[in-house]
Design a protein around this ligand. Structure first.
Ligand SMILES: NC(=O)c1ccc[n+]([C@@H]2O[C@H](COP(=O)([O-])OP(=O)(O)OC[C@H]3O[C@@H](n4cnc5c(N)ncnc54)[C@H](OP(=O)(O)O)[C@@H]3O)[C@@H](O)[C@H]2O)c1
Length: 288
């Protein structure tokens, strides 16, 4: 198949590589052309406008930062004009409402659309071990499952467009809340000069343990937030998306609003582009 990818950032680059490993022809577009170069080196056709990628492919994988980025690439006049006959597979993290709106615009332009947001990060994207959650019809799911298996072994059909996006937001607010809680416990024990190895040994044996704690432990202890898997700015985006969706449901979200403040401080203090575990630093800097 001829498969286009728009967005070859941290996740899009390895996902593009997986598409090529499955013997599809890849046509790649990225706003900053340098970031598509590693894919060109592996044999992808890198193009300079989104419309060119769309016109020369049967389907378009979107791995862009947010809905605004989708608007500025796929939903521009030329690109939208070339989407007829093509299927757009939206894999970034956007809200259910945004996904449904974009679906409407693609359908009006004569194209097809579904969402397939992913859980997991760069290492899982490189190995094809992402958890792929699909918001589509069962017909679309059947038609595109093989391609989705480039990214993860068992794509799961969640429901119609919007449902997978909602599930993804529910997972990402957990990332934020768990990380904030873990970073607070670690900071507390450091100040109390209590052995962190002992803390981790007890935590690992308990029902409180989440594997992500160990994934972030070293970064936090070493204060090493460089080379992010998931930049803090995207976690901030996902918290806002979740809060916006939760508001009309009249859920009590004060807990997440507190975590939001922490993540916002992470951004304003200069760690927007670094790994989100940098929120450890904000807690460590304390108040006042
Ligand atoms: N990293 C993770 O662990 C992870 C895991 C699951 C889901 N996600 C989600 O997947 C999506 C991509 O994540 P990522 O980590 O790959 O992010 P990233 O490295 O920041 O890449 C973002 C991509 O969006 C493009 N972009 C941003 N704003 C744009 C605009 N206004 N116009 C055109 N292009 C624009 C960037 O182009 P430039 O290169 O020109 O900036 C880049 O290609 C996000 O929605 C994220 O929340 C990330």
């Amino acid at each position: 198949m001829n498969v286009a990818i728009i967005g070859t950032g941290l996740m899009g680059r390895p996902m593009g590589e997986r598409i090529m490993n499955a013997n599809h022809r890849l046509i790649a577009y990225n706003r900053t052309p340098e970031k598509a170069k590693p894919l060109a080196f592996l044999g992808a056709d890198v193009v300079s406008i989104p419309a060119e990628a769309i016109a020369s492919s049967e389907c378009v994988v979107l791995m862009l930062a947010d809905a605004q980025a989708i608007r500025e690439t796929l939903l521009q006049k030329d690109a939208l004009g070339s989407v007829a006959e093509s299927t757009v597979i939206q894999m970034g993290t956007i809200s259910p409402e945004e996904s449904i709106t974009i679906q409407g615009e693609i359908l009006r332009a004569g194209g097809d659309y579904f969402e397939a947001p992913v859980l997991g990060s760069i290492p899982q994207a490189e190995k094809g071990e992402l958890i792929v959650m699909v918001g589509s019809t069962s017909e679309q799911f059947g038609r595109w499952s093989d391609l989705l298996r480039c990214f993860g072994p068992d794509p799961v059909l969640i429901g119609p467009v919007g449902h997978a996006a909602a599930l993804k937001l529910a997972l990402n607010q957990l990332i934020a809340s768990l990380t904030a809680a873990f970073a607070l416990s670690l900071n507390f024990l450091e100040r109390k000069e209590i052995d962190l190895d002992l803390f981790m040994k007890i935590l690992r044996k308990s029902a409180l343990y989440a594997p992500m704690f160990d994934k972030k432990l070293e970064r936090m202890i070493e204060r090493d937030y460089a080379n992010p898997n998931f930049p803090a700015k995207h976690l901030a985006k996902d918290i806002d998306l979740f809060l916006n969706e939760a508001k009309p449901l009249r859920l009590q979200t004060v807990g997440l609003e507190g975590v939001r403040q922490l993540v916002q401080m992470t951004l304003t203090r200069g760690w927007a582009e670094t790994d989100y575990s940098a929120l450890f630093q904000v807690i460590s800097q304390g108040v006042g």
